[in-house]
Design a protein around this ligand. Sequence first.
Ligand code: ZN
Length: 67
Amino acid sequence: MPIYEFECRKCSHVFERFMKIGEGYEELACPACGVKDPKKLVTAFRTNSWSTFLDGMERKVNPYKFK
Ligand SMILES: [Zn+2]
């Protein structure tokens, strides 16, 4: 199940939620202030692990690049 990161439009509190595919997040409420309809963020964790993974692949395929 994918994890998404949301930012509250009111208090800028950032929180993570497991979301089912196709599940709406408009009804999600901020755990800090209770305001619904948070902004969806691209999760830094996913971005980092993906780029780390790509970096590792590249090191295997093109080790000369990292000398
Ligand atoms: Zn909030």
